[in-house]
Design a protein around this ligand. Structure first.
Ligand SMILES: *[C@@H]1O[C@H](CO)[C@@H](O)[C@H](O)[C@H]1NC(C)=O
Ligand SMILES: *[C@@H]1O[C@H](CO)[C@@H](O)[C@H](O)[C@H]1NC(C)=O
Length: 267
């Protein structure tokens, strides 16, 4: 349908179809980061191909929580991938992807290479067929202002937790998502909790995911240093570590388990 449209009504059609796919209010509050790649110039075909991929991903993703799409031929082919976060409801998933498609459309109108990370979903498209190819180029790193009192003990706990959570994520069959909660030395001398999440885009295999996460862990060391919280996003994977809960679901944790026990989960 979109290929039939002239470029002058591409825009209107895109917004109309998006509105039909999602008749509910969009909450853009969970935005994290968006990257617009190189702009293309004077291309009559790419905008329609991008719109087709975006609409396809918005329509397909909530069924399984992840999807791929491609549209076009030859050098004008656009490849796309999307995924919703663990714990996001189907409705939150759709709302997040619609919002991402809208942001792609409005913030990166002339870019054939776009990534957007939100708390509830992830969406990327490119002219390059990036499926299965890990790219651990940093696209962002954020950290909290606070530092632990016992730096060495904290770092040991972080490395241990990220190691096991990373393995859990990379073994995942469909989704490459892992989380964990661990008792760790607190920052006032007592025992506290450490929460971690790692994720590879679901097109990666185990080795590619493992490699991306190793790079993300190095980015954490370099960019977040001795801070308590850290959130690293690369093209193909992400990790986050905090001393308070941040996941969209409540990881079960038995308060009676001894110190240094690890509760793990993966998809
Ligand atoms: C693409 O073009 C927009 C203006 O439409 C500009 O703001 C942006 O910086 C450009 N991006 C790149 C990567 O060149
Ligand atoms: C990885 O992504 C960066 C942009 O984030 C890009 O410049 C680079 O070419 C990519 N590398 C590969 C191998 O695709």
């Amino acid at each position: 349908m979109l290929t039939m449209a002239s470029s002058s009504n591409h825009q209107q059609l895109f917004f109309l179809l998006l509105a039909l796919l999602l008749p509910i209010a969009i909450n853009g509050a969970d935005f994290i980061f968006q990257k617009c790649g190189e702009n293309f110039t004077a291309n009559a075909i790419l905008p329609g191909n991008i719109n087709s991929v975006l609409l396809d991903l918005v329509g397909k993703t909530s069924t399984h929580g992840f999807a791929t799409s491609s549209y076009g031929t030859g050098a004008d082919t656009i490849y796309g991938i999307s995924e919703c976060s663990e714990g996001a409801t189907a409705q939150a998933c759709s709302a997040c992807l619609s919002d991402s498609a809208l942001k792609a459309h409005t913030s990166c109108p002339n870019s054939a290479d776009m990534s957007i990370w939100q708390h509830s979903c992830y969406l990327r498209y490119s002219k390059k067929n990036f499926m299965g190819q890990p790219n651990s180029t940093k696209i962002g790193a954020w950290y909290s202002i606070h530092k632990p009192v016992d730096q060495q003990a904290y770092t040991r706990a972080v490395e241990e937790l990220l190691g096991v959570v990373g393995s859990a994520a990379s073994w995942g069959e469909n989704r490459k998502f892992g989380w964990g909660v661990m008792d760790s030395p607190n920052f006032k001398g007592s025992v506290g909790k450490l929460f971690a999440m790692v994720q590879c885009t679901w097109d990666l295999d185990q080795d590619a995911c493992t490699k991306c996460l190793a790079d993300a862990r190095q980015i954490r060391r370099d960019s977040c240093g001795d801070r308590l919280g850290c959130y690293v996003i690369t093209e193909s994977c992400a990790l986050r570590i905090e001393i308070s809960a941040f996941l969209l679901f409540n990881p079960a944790h038995d308060p009676a388990t001894p110190a240094r026990s690890i509760t793990l989960g993966s998809l």
